[in-house]
Design a binder for this molecule. Structure first.
Ligand code: ATP
Ligand code: MG
Length: 355
């Protein structure tokens, strides 16, 4: 071998060593041995699809004192897990930010602040129609390449389902159920309003209902009465805002129309949303102005711009029709207070049991 060949060979070895050190540095920084473009985005972070798949496969993972059993639901910001609490030796429901939101926080693009506020507020609301919060704080979550302290809270695992699922399955609900459900929600809402907190996101998916199976054999196990009602998801809740400059909070199809014109949110804007839910429970479907289904959002915006009152079908019994018309009135001053609603619904429930 000539001196030149030997020099070339040494150079090659040095280059190979440098390349492997660089590759090693990448692996260490990224924390994963192979780079796969379907799993990672150009910056080397996990893609939303990868994170969603990881979320679905968290079964059996231990986080603090919780063994995750599976995802119950994922929403705008949070993910809800069924979990075993090793400390309490019981099954619980655990809520924490979704994995992609956690990664966003690491990237500096998101904030856990709202979630921490939600946990704090829910721990404060302790009435019968609020879910009992057991524990809250931070859990250490390890994702490839980073670890992060993530806020969470654990709560009672409610055996029922949300009102949206119940309406989709049962259609129009018996009037007595509607009264019982709304009595519970109103009590929970009144408690929140007394704390100076507006819910901002009242909709069927944020109301949990436990139904009792029928006692009569002829009903073939179909549920026959409402056992318990809980108001959940204070993720958008807050003090009455200043309106105007704040973005409109809530879910299209339930947001009071004046909020689109910069009005200040208050108890009456929650009463409007509750009116829409009341209407849906009594008719068994989405109200006409919200469209039917996922693409209903643009219908709501055109209804807001159109200036008409919300249509209340004639099939709704007269006393409920009058009440719901006032709840969904465009003019917030015409809407009943939660106190008046509680009195009226209690009265209807006592007058017409078993309707
Ligand atoms: N304590 C609980 N027990 C049983 N199921 C629950 C409980 N809390 C929530 N769920 C289920 O999870 C769904 C979503 O819960 P929640 O509304 O709190 O969060 P989200 O809407 O997914 O999140 P976000 O705060 O981001 O909007 C509910 O509609 C309900 O079906
Ligand atoms: Mg929700």
């Amino acid at each position: 071998m000539s001196a030149l060949d030997a020099a070339m060979a040494v150079l090659l070895v040095v280059l190979l060593m440098a390349a492997s050190v660089l590759a090693g540095a990448l692996v260490v920084r990224r924390g994963r041995p192979h780079r796969d473009s379907r799993l990672l985005d150009p910056q080397g972070y996990l893609t939303p699809e990868t994170l969603a798949a990881m979320e679905r496969n968290l079964t059996g993972r231990l986080l603090g004192r919780y063994v995750l059993e599976g995802v119950l639901s994922t929403g705008g910001f949070g993910a809800i897990y069924r979990a075993i609490d090793l400390h309490r030796e019981t099954r619980v429901c655990l809520k924490m930010p979704r994995l992609d939101r956690i990664q966003q926080e690491v990237q500096g693009g998101s904030s856990f602040g709202t979630f921490i506020m939600e946990a704090k507020l829910r721990a404060k609301l302790q009435g019968d129609h609020h879910i009992q919060i057991y524990d809250r704080g931070f859990l250490l979550v390890l994702l490839p390449g980073f670890q992060v302290k993530v806020p969470f809270y654990s709560m009672e695992l409610f055996p029922g389902r949300n009102l949206g699922e119940i309406i989709r399955e049962q259609g129009k609900l018996p009037l007595e159920w509607v009264h019982q459900i709304f009595l519970g929600v109103l009590q929970a809402l009144k408690e929140a309003h007394l704390e100076g907190v507006i819910h901002h996101d009242l909709k069927p998916a944020n109301i949990l209902v436990e139904l009792a199976p029928a006692r009569r054999a002829s009903d073939r196990g179909r549920p026959d009465r409402v056992l318990r009602v809980k108001l959940i998801d204070f993720g958008l809740a807050g003090k009455p805002g200043s309106g105007g400059t704040e973005p409109v909070r809530g879910t299209l199809g339930y947001i009071a129309p004046e909020l689109f014109n910069g009005a200040t949110p208050g108890p009456e804007t929650d009463v409007f949303s509750l009116g829409v839910i009341f209407l849906e429970a009594m008719t068994g479907g989405r109200c006409q102005e919200a469209g039917d289904g996922r693409d209903g959002s643009s219908d709501w915006v055109s209804w807001v711009r159109g200036g008409r009152e919300l249509a209340v079908p004639a099939a709704v019994p007269a006393p409920e029709r009058d009440l719901v018309k006032r709840m969904v009135a465009r003019d917030p001053r015409c809407r009943p207070t939660t106190n008046e609603l509680l009195l009226r619904i209690r009265d209807r429930l006592h007058r017409s049991p078993g309707q």
